[in-house]
Design a protein around this ligand. Structure first.
Ligand SMILES: [Zn+2]
Ligand SMILES: [Zn+2]
Ligand SMILES: [Zn+2]
Length: 230
């Protein structure tokens, strides 16, 4: 602590400066609007307009983002800014998706449980004749569905793997782990949805047979990736 004591004021200022960015007063480099939005998780990312933020997050759809409100930054979701996750075509919209709806209104609103909290995302599935069922499309994208019938909740493989590591190292219960996840979650997130998620999470992780098989598959997949195996 001694080494930091003489620098407390500067450290405090540097931390507080992160709460503001002078670029929010300017226009986005694309020219389409004010640069009022920023990502909390992309490293040193400059503020930009909503459209640019959405465009740059097609492959990072669960990042936490903020909007400048003239006095402070407030939490927004990429879904509320118009981001739709497109499955089956490496982040591109399926050419066979129904064109009757605008891109912003397409897809199914789905609750996503991730290591950085719970949020709503809009997911549009692949409609090609050869496409898999919706739950299997989610799994192919790294999202484990809460059910195999019309899933409206999914858990990222990262959160299942993270929970697995926590249970191995600290015997943390599913309830405690989920309570911590809720702390990461926007306080405006529906309480009813949170309760439903925790029930589904507990069911998924406490069914010894189902969860052990899922976790073995996922952990083995991660292991293979890390070791470079197949
Ligand atoms: Zn980001
Ligand atoms: Zn822009
Ligand atoms: Zn398709």
């Amino acid at each position: 602590m001694k080494i930091f004591s003489p620098h407390f004021k500067e450290i405090q200022s540097a931390i507080l400066e992160r709460e503001y960015d002078s670029k929010v007063e300017s226009h986005c480099p694309c020219g389409s609007g004010p640069a009022s939005f920023r990502c909390q998780e992309c490293f040193i990312s400059p503020p930009c307009c909503a459209k640019c933020l959405v465009d740059m997050h097609q492959h990072q759809p669960f990042h936490l983002v903020q909007e400048w409100t003239s006095t402070h930054f407030t939490r927004r979701t990429l879904e509320s800014l118009g981001l739709t996750i497109w499955l089956g075509h490496h982040g591109q919209r399926c050419p066979n998706a129904p064109r009757s709806q605008s891109v912003k209104q397409s897809g199914r609103r789905t609750t996503i449980v991730n290591t950085n909290g719970i949020q709503i995302s809009r997911i549009e599935y692949c409609y090609c004749l050869s496409s898999a069922t919706k739950p299997l499309q989610l799994i192919a994208a790294g999202l484990f569905p809460a059910t195999m019938e019309q899933p409206d909740t999914a858990f990222t493989f990262e959160v299942l793997n993270d929970f697995h590591v926590h249970t191995l190292t600290s015997k943390k219960s599913a309830y405690d782990y989920f309570t911590a996840l809720k702390k990461h979650t926007d306080s405006t997130f529906s309480h009813e949805l949170s309760v439903r998620c925790i029930i589904q999470f507990q069911m998924l992780t406490q069914l010894p047979d189902t969860y052990s098989r899922i976790s073995i598959v996922i952990v083995n997949s991660f292991g293979s990736l890390v070791s470079g195996g197949t």
